[in-house]
Design a protein around this ligand. Structure first.
Ligand code: 8OZ
Length: 364
């Protein structure tokens, strides 16, 4: 066995001490009125500073970008000050941390939107999904289609969030282009029925994502910007008539931006890694000139193999990081992993959040 997975790598502007990344994990423990993180978040992320770097939980770029109860934001001064405590503590502990920039699009509920407004989406098509609100699980609301004239404002929301991220002391941002949220809704044919320059052809469906990346990399250089995609995932009721063609175009276009990395959800988010006939992540990976991060259902053996075989430079672990704050160390020493309690994944307090045990020094 080689130890490449446990060796350092320069990822754009980020010096990662190993190739093990903490994947973004929604935990619904922010203040639901201010969308600010608190002291518990400082502890939670600091405990996980042993990762090559941390990608925060998905974080809304604007009030309109919110779709679940108690997820954090990165658009107000208060949110910046709250996140600054997290980034300072993670840095002090020798870690690196980027914030995931999120707009949910149609995966929201009027009760979570400013003034109870309808969520926005590429087209006025309701998702067959539920979201978590103050009243528990409720069906997502019927969205309205964004006007073409609103797109520049939307892109400015990404730029504003990027500037706020820089101010909050993050090492970079990851644009959330995956899992059936706004940017993925634009990319895929089931959710995008627009007849303007943002819908129809592959070039048109990819336009918003590419314009967002152009603007974000102008606000902070590409070396501080990553992107997450989920080409073949049905998460949040999306699908594409020809995902291979769509994402071959998207990935080729990404090479313009000098991104720090491309983060791929391989297969169905949180589910099977199997792809359908005609679908190939390896082809997509080869079209990308930069650093590739694999994610979804990895265990130690697969992570080591993918990195050793040169099929990925980084591996992001999601659920294993919930229950194992020192996951990188456990993987390095081939130590047993704690099992997570799914009842405390979303919402609640410190239980199931900052109380998972570390490996005893003596056992390694
Ligand atoms: C789980 C629950 C709520 C949101 C994603 C941001 O799938 C999420 C998410 C995951 O990307």
């Amino acid at each position: 066995m080689s130890d490449t997975l446990f060796s350092p790598l320069t990822v754009g502007a980020i010096e990662a001490k190993n190739r093990i990344v903490m994947a973004p994990l929604t935990r619904n423990r922010a203040d639901n009125d201010t969308d600010e993180v608190g002291d518990m978040h400082v502890e939670y992320y600091t405990q996980r500073a042993g990762a090559g770097f941390i990608i925060t939980e998905a974080t809304q770029i604007s009030p309109e970008g919110k779709g679940y109860l108690a997820t954090p934001g990165i658009y107000t001064e208060g949110q910046v000050a709250a996140w600054k405590k997290v980034t300072d503590a993670v840095h002090k502990a020798g870690g690196k941390i980027v914030v995931q920039l999120w707009h949910v699009g149609r995966i929201s509920h009027t009760s979570l939107q400013p003034d109870g407004q309808q969520p926005v989406a590429p087209s006025a098509l309701k998702a067959d999904m539920k979201t978590f609100t103050a009243n528990g699980f409720e069906p997502t609301s019927e969205p309205r289609a964004l006007e073409t004239s609103e797109i520049p404002r939307l892109i400015q929301d990404y730029v504003h969030a990027t500037k706020m991220a820089k101010k909050a002391g993050f090492d970079g941002v990851e644009v959330h282009g995956a899992n059936g949220y706004l940017l993925d809704q634009f990319l895929k044919t089931k959710t995008n029925k627009r007849d303007d320059q943002y819908g129809g052809s592959v070039e048109n469906r990819a336009r918003l994502l590419l314009e967002v990346l152009e603007a974000v990399t102008n606000a902070w250089d590409g070396a501080h910007v990553g992107l997450r995609l989920s080409p073949f995932s049905p998460a949040n009721d999306v699908s594409d008539d020809n995902p291979q063609e769509t994402f071959e175009y998207v990935v080729k276009e990404l090479n313009k931006f000098g991104l720090a990395y491309l983060h791929m959800v391989e297969g169905a988010t949180g589910g099977s890694r199997e792809l359908d006939e005609g679908e190939s992540l390896e082809t997509l990976r080869k079209l990308f000139d930069g650093i590739y991060m694999g994610n979804n259902g990895y265990d130690r053996a697969l992570a080591i193999k993918m990195v050793d075989d040169g099929k990925a430079e980084l591996i992001a672990f999601g659920r294993p990081y919930i229950a194992n704050p020192d996951l990188a160390k456990r993987l390095e020493h081939d130590a047993p992993l704690n099992k997570g309690d799914s009842d405390t994944y979303y919402g609640g307090g410190s239980k199931g959040y900052i109380d998972y045990p570390f490996l005893e020094e003596a056992t390694v």
